[in-house]
Design a protein around this ligand. Sequence first.
Ligand code: DX5
Ligand code: ZN
Length: 222
Amino acid sequence: MSLITSPPTLPLVAPSILSADFSRLGDECTSVIECGADLLHLDVMDGHFVPNLTMGPALCKSLRSTLPDVYLDVHLMVNSPMMYIEPFAGAGANMFTAHIEANVDPLELADAIHAAGMDAGLAINPPTEVESILPYIEAFDLILVMSVNPGFSGQAFIPEVLEKVVTVRKQLRPNQRLQMDGGVGLTTCVACRDAGCDVLVAASAIFGTTDYESSIAALRGI
Ligand code: DX5
Ligand code: ZN
């Protein structure tokens, strides 16, 4: 079930459930998977690292129970990511991504995530210089380049971050992924793919449409 072992020939598409109808969350998640999504992206926010509150391990556990075979990609926008590694591993998460801006030792973070049995991701916000993550890329399975300032879905894509993607891509092994998250839609996805992203996260551009299958295919570039 790991996304990491086989490099995709087309970008993977990861719906962010932040824009799903929470009153029908199981059905929404089942629907996007049936419509071609490769994994589900869960945005966890603590009201401190970002000015919003969203979801925690209990929701992850429910989705794991409803969708036993789906890859669950958890994006932590929190101040103390280390304390959530075990809870999310126990809740069935497959990928645990935390931010360089959360001020944890990136190598300790990657080791702890791997020891808990998950794939490890490292995220970088738009204002942060790419040099801050370059020494640590080798330790992670996925690098997440944020293309909005995190906190909310539906924001405009920041094109300047594409330079970071080009820089990071040059350092990646074939079994590492490069993810873009924020403002990825039918027009901006082209530049993301061209720059070397192979996992595209989208909330509004999927859940904000009525035809999930067409939206997912268009993001993928088919
Ligand atoms: C932003 C989150 C994103 C967000 C994307 O803080 O990390 O995953 O849900 O939403 P869209 O695709 O609408 O920009
Ligand atoms: Zn996210």
